[in-house]
Design a protein around this ligand. Structure first.
Ligand code: PFF
Length: 456
């Protein structure tokens, strides 16, 4: 039996599939990246654009990936080849590249989470939460915990223990929700937090009007990143589904969970940041770590909450990391007939190496290589991957897609045509605009920040 059959078996139930997909979607993107982006991109203006993109782009794009996966029952590269012919397998190759890049820095941040989880037993991290973050974000500790996080990810994927992943996810989703709701309620009681809510929730159209050039690509990139779209994860997961599943319903549930957890994170982080006097103006990649570690130092039972929170955070990050690695590994196993543990070890080792500069290079304590990788992967590469799959499906294989979506739903009627039209015109147009803006933004980042930094 090939490894793919093994995976297909475990995703055979609806709960298994949904939990796996939620496990992939809910991760650092919701708890780390989302508040960081909100802080960088003007608060509520970004939130508004992000929610709009989740509905306008995220939902139709997820349906596209699901229909491709279920139709072909193949891994991401094989799936595109089957639908589009040989040339399209290179888009699959792009997915593999994206997986490499994202996991390399994802694992460094996952390492921070593990480090905070360890620190939360003693509360050692809380003394000066900002200084602590800068101390551990780059350097030897960062490298060590990057190695541990990567080893855990490799270990699970190498064993192919889908039951293990499913079990972790079954515990994770409810626990994350309970802990997040608890923290959000606590945040309400904080004096000085009100400004945080205003910053996060009251729509500021002036910021939107003046900053749309960076808000649009950031929001589109975040929509793809948080929903695990644009690199074949959802294609792969849906390839293990039976034909009677209602894909539209499942997408709604997955997106609902993912968006709910992101919104909750903002309801925790911003009041805490403002209450702690840190504020939210561009808090950088350390936002969530600084805000929460500082808060856990103050509150009753803070230590216990810290252990629970960072423990759940680590599991959430791991269940996403596994899905990233799985796309690459299943490709190596399928297309080259490699032995799974060997393939996982080699690929994991390569990804670890790619993450070494992220863990070691700092700009005055700030882990600057994260931006170099993250903007490239999330705002440029995922969006290119997404556009290409949507062109393939909506422009060249619309009948097939409608037919596939209708299985498990029944007659689609006008909704099916609306979906295809949405993808064909507005979704692709918005993504192309975002991509153009992202190129400009990345060029600016390189010329204003990164190159001056490298050239000292
Ligand atoms: N969706 C994950 C998160 O929000 O943390 C990250 C991710 C996983 C992105 C898988 C892309 C992907 F293919």
């Amino acid at each position: 039996m090939s490894s793919l059959d093994t995976i297909r078996e475990s995703w055979a139930t609806r709960a298994g599939f949904i939990l796996a997909a939620v496990g992939s979607a809910v991760g650092l993107g919701n708890i780390w990246r989302f508040p960081f982006q909100v802080g960088q991109e003007g608060g509520s203006a970004f939130l508004l654009m992000y929610l709009f993109f989740i509905l306008l782009i995220g939902l139709p794009a997820m349906l596209v990936e699901f229909t491709v996966g279920r139709r072909t029952n193949r891994n991401a590269v094989g799936a595109l080849r089957k639908i589009g012919g040989r040339a399209w397998q290179y888009v699959g190759g792009l997915f593999i590249l994206i997986g490499f890049i994202i996991l390399s820095y994802y694992s460094v941040i996952g390492g921070w989470v593990l480090r905070y989880f360890g620190g939360s037993f003693t509360g050692g991290y809380t003394a000066d939460s900002e200084a602590y973050f800068f101390e551990i974000a780059t350097g030897f500790d960062a490298l060590l915990f990057h190695a541990i996080f990567m080893a855990l990810t490799v270990g699970i994927v190498a064993l192919g223990i889908k039951q293990g992943i499913e079990l972790a996810v079954k515990l994770m989703v409810p626990s994350v929700i309970v802990i997040m709701v608890g923290l959000a309620i606590y945040a309400v009681t904080l004096p000085g937090g009100t400004e945080g809510y205003t910053y996060y929730l009251s729509p500021d159209f002036d910021v939107l009007a003046s900053e749309w050039r960076s808000i649009v690509p950031a929001a589109a990139g975040q929509a793809f990143f948080t929903l695990s779209l644009g690199m074949g994860v959802m294609i792969t997961y849906a390839s293990y589904l039976s034909k009677d599943r209602n894909l539209a319903e499942d997408s709604g549930v997955i997106i609902g969970f993912d968006t709910g957890i992101a919104i909750l994170t903002g309801l925790i982080v911003f009041p805490l940041l403002f209450a702690a006097g840190i504020g939210a103006a561009d808090p950088g990649p350390g936002a969530i770590f600084v805000a929460l570690a500082g808060a856990f130092a103050e509150i009753q039972y803070g230590l216990v909450l810290g252990v629970l929170f960072f423990g759940m955070f680590a599991v959430a990050a791991l269940s996403s990391a596994i899905s990233l690695l799985e796309v690459v590994v299943s490709y190596a196993v399928d297309e080259y007939g490699m032995n799974r543990p060997v393939a996982t070890g080699i690929i994991g080792g390569g990804i670890f190496l790619l993450g070494v500069p992220v863990a070691l290079i700092s700009d005055g304590g700030n882990p600057i290589v994260i931006d170099l990788y993250d903007i490239l992967a999330a705002e440029i590469l995922l969006v290119i991957g997404g556009i290409l799959v949507m062109v393939l499906v909506a422009w060249f294989n619309a009948d097939l897609a409608r037919d596939e979506l209708s299985k498990g739903i029944g007659r689609l009627g006008a909704l099916g045509s609306l979906w295809i039209w949405l993808v064909r015109v507005p979704v692709i147009a918005v993504l192309l605009i975002s991509l153009g803006l992202a190129f400009l933004g990345y060029y600016e980042f390189l010329s204003d920040e990164f190159i001056p930094f490298v050239s000292g």
